[in-house]
Design a protein around this ligand. Structure first.
Ligand code: FES
Length: 101
């Protein structure tokens, strides 16, 4: 299940000149910039990373430094990534509707 399309949570204000990195988000083409974390890449496209596996509540990370475990996101291949400490890479296929568990 994909999350509803809402306004992106993050809006890029600076460093817009870095090279583009193509990836897919819920099967749709998307673009980030070189050096973006997966968290930044997703939240500049969407309002949430995923839904909590227990409550179903939307999640978007919390600590942004690899400590809280709130930013897991799944790939189409079923891999689980910590979005705040993983850099986006060309061709990544990310899925927001899964728990990442
Ligand atoms: S936001 Fe806390 S571990 Fe990623």
């Amino acid at each position: 299940m994909s999350l509803p399309k809402l306004q992106p949570l993050l809006h890029r204000l600076a460093e817009t000149g870095r090279a583009a990195v193509p990836f897919t988000l819920d099967g749709q083409p998307a673009s980030a910039l070189v050096g973006d974390t997966v968290l930044t890449a997703v939240l500049t496209q969407a309002a949430q990373l995923r839904r909590n596996e227990f409550s179903g509540a939307p999640r978007a990370g919390f600590c942004m430094m690899g400590a809280c475990q709130d930013c897991w996101i799944a790939t189409e291949q079923g891999e689980r990534l910590r979005a705040c400490s993983t850099f986006i890479a060309p061709g990544m296929a990310l899925v927001t509707g899964r728990s990442g568990a």
